[in-house]
Design a binder for this molecule. Structure first.
Ligand code: GAL
Length: 668
């Protein structure tokens, strides 16, 4: 079987068995080598509590196996069947307004309910017992997009236990949550609840603690299934599909560590150069969450994708280019949701590999072309089970010298109520930073601040409002030892309990940065501030004082006129910059350019940038591959040298890439 996985979610239980025969024929025609079965199949697998019906799945797996198609087997636990809701109403989630939901959609489960947890482990165990050593089994896909955490009594009970373990005493809880404010002092654990709908702004520390608790609860559910499956199916790697990157209900670093390899679903606005930039970000996140190891693109859309409440069609060739981007950035599999479009149901208009029109369609022809293209790239991938994470002695599949800091706490802190302005938030700030680096032709990793910064020459810290003691200490050590860092406005203002460091904002990083931020001055919509280097700031400004740093640019107008806007400080052997406003795009690019140049980081390949993506990744057996993908509507030139992966011709020098085209060369 080929190593670069290609295929998608397959739901044979939704179709008569005659259709399955056409399915496998078309799969072979398209070069599909992997089908993901069972993602939402619980009611078909266990139609009554404890009574399993595996016959259809046996037949489907055998049919695929006979045709040389491997199986990623899912546990169906994201959608418990109706019998479950009726027998175990406490296993259903409660909304923030206190409404207990009922089945009828999906993801309707309560991770704090013992009945749900037991039922989930039971079906996972039954599947692993039956199929755990099946020769067609490629990997386990546990659950689907962990994310649902509701409220209600079961969640309150678990949350209280978590709080008691975290704080030990009510006095500590009251201190951490600063409950003297608005009469929130707790005198018994039973008074503590998950933060349901509130009359006005909720307590920010209670909110972030709840998010941390909920993330751990989901991780516990995942770990229970991992344990059940690994015991019975030791040879097959275990993963779950992360949802990228629109919401964050879990700590992806912890989920990455628990998995044998990271798998992600990618449904971003994939149109044009901006879409390509966004896809690259998702791919870099996926690789980073696995510590730099190879990963799987578990789901993407072959055509229509939702943007702003509308399903928009992809341009010809877009699905192929996006797929290649993911492979270039370390994916060893390109899979879709889903193989064949359902004739009815909530996602009947979601695009698939075989659309309603059938195989005589643009989409299916493109799927076949993608299959042929990936077929020629098999040597980039390694057998899945043999992929060690870099932490476990493996080399990163793509080497990046610049990294963006990523933490769930930073995301959640930026979503806190009561902040002084609705600035862009964590994800938007990260996306802007990654996009600018991508446009400049750089490959970027994401990193925790409290681990392993030494492999980077430059670390960028956008919108990192809350920083833990470990993060502050590790960043300081990194810069003192020669690392370069750029920190964005308002970052480092809070500690992990969302208490503001007194004495000046950005206080947690103040010594390293050599600044004191005496006062904040958020800007109104449409308001700008000018800087003396010609830049413009929007949304935010600060009264910055120099305490060891020098000003690289100063404000020339507004309340902050004369104050430093961008600063830099030599800190030990390294350099720490601070930027106290949201710079316009050109100034932002110029700042990154300076920071990259000072850190000695050049683009990975000549000619890369502005929508020509050039990425080098490790292949199997010590080979390396360079992918050049032209996302623009003009011809571009890339300097490549090696063997053309599609024609076998030797390439050495400038290669012209027509609009929308690509090249892949192998360097031994
Ligand atoms: C994913 C999900 C799939 C399908 C898809 C549609 O989030 O895992 O089952 O619903 O979205 O975009």
């Amino acid at each position: 079987m080929s190593r670069l996985l290609f295929g998608g979610d397959y739901n044979p239980e939704q179709w008569p068995e005659e259709v399955w025969l056409e399915d496998v024929r078309l799969m072979r025609e398209a070069g599909v080598n992997t089908a993901t079965l069972g993602v939402f199949s619980w009611s078909s697998l266990e139609p009554e509590e404890g009574r399993f019906e595996f016959g259809w799945l046996d037949r489907a797996i055998e049919l695929l196996h006979e045709h040389g198609i491997g199986v990623i087997l899912a546990t169906p636990t994201a959608s418990p069947p109706p019998w479950f809701s009726v027998a175990h109403p406490e296993g259903l989630p409660v909304t923030a307004d206190g409404v207990r939901l009922l089945h009828g959609s999906r993801d309707t489960y309560n991770p704090a309910s013992p009945a749900y947890r037991a039922a989930a482990v039971r079906i996972a165990t039954a599947l692993a017992e039956r199929y755990g050593t099946h020769p067609a089994l490629v990997a386990w896909h546990l659950h689907n997009e962990y994310g649902t955490v509701g409220f209600g009594p079961e969640v309150d009970r678990e949350f209280r236990g978590w709080l008691e373990r975290r704080y030990g005493s009510l006095a500590e809880l009251n201190r951490a949550w600063h409950t003297a404010f608005w009469s929130q002092g707790y005198s018994a654990w039973e008074q503590a609840f998950a933060p349901q709908a509130t009359q006005y702004l909720a307590n920010p520390t209670q909110l972030i603690d709840f998010k941390r608790f909920a993330a751990e609860l989901l991780l516990d559910c995942y770990r229970e299934q991992i344990e059940a499956v690994r015991r019975l199916s030791p040879g097959a790697p275990v993963t779950t599909n992360f949802m990228l990157p629109t919401w964050l209900h879990y700590d992806p670093w912890a989920f990455g560590e628990a998995s044998d390899l990271v798998a992600v679903d990618h449904y971003v606005d994939a149109r044009g150069v901006e879409g390509a930039a966004h896809a690259a970000l998702g791919a870099d996140l996926a690789r980073s969450f696995g510590g730099g190891a190879r990963w799987l693109l578990m789901e993407q859309a072959a055509n229509l994708t939702m943007r702003g409440g509308r399903l928009l069609a992809k341009e010809p060739g877009a699905a192929l280019r996006t797929s290649l981007q993911h492979v270039a950035r370390g994916a060893d599999g390109v899979l879709f949701f889903q193989w064949r479009t359902a004739p009815a149901g909530a996602e009947a208009f979601h695009s698939t590999m075989v659309p309603h029109a059938g195989p005589d369609s643009r989409v299916f022809r493109e799927v076949c072309e993608l299959g042929r293209t990936l077929g020629a790239l098999d040597a980039v991938a390694s057998p899945l089970a043999a992929v060690p994470a870099p932490g476990a002695g493996g080399e990163p599949v793509v080497r990046a010298r610049v990294a963006i800091a990523w933490s769930a706490d930073a995301w959640w802190a930026a979503d806190s109520p009561g902040l002084p302005a609705h600035d862009e938030g964590f994800y938007a700030a990260v996306r802007r930073t990654h996009r600018a680096l991508w446009m400049a032709g750089h490959v970027t990793d994401f990193t925790r601040l409290d681990a392993g910064l030494g492999r980077y020459d430059l670390v960028l810290v956008p919108s990192h409002l809350a920083a833990s003691d470990a993060e502050v200490a590790a960043l300081d050590v990194y810069v003192r030892a020669g690392g370069h860092v750029v920190v964005w406005h308002f970052s480092g203002t809070f500690d992990s309990e969302l208490h503001i460091e007194l004495g000046g904002y950005a206080g947690r990083f103040a010594e390293m940065l050599g600044v004191r931020v005496e006062e904040l001055s958020p800007l109104d919509d449409g308001e700008t501030v000018a800087l003396d280097d010609g830049a413009t700031g929007t949304q935010w400004s600060e009264f910055v004082e120099l305490r060891g740093a020098t000003a690289e640019a100063r404000y020339t107008d507004g309340l902050v006129a004369g104050r430093p806007a961008v600063t830099g400080k030599r800190h030990g052997e390294g350099l720490a910059r601070y930027v106290s406003t949201r710079l316009d795009d050109a100034a932002f690019d110029a700042l990154l350019h300076r920071a990259l140049a000072d850190a000695g980081v050049a683009p990975d390949a000549a000619g890369a940038g502005g929508g020509l993506e050039i990425v080098r990744r490790a292949g199997a057996d010590g080979a390396s591959f360079t992918f050049a993908i032209n996302h623009t509507s003009a011809t571009r030139t890339a300097r490549l040298s090696g063997t053309d992966a599609f024609t076998g011709a030797l390439v050495d020098g400038e290669v012209e890439l027509a609009a929308g085209s690509y090249a892949v060369v192998c360097e031994e």
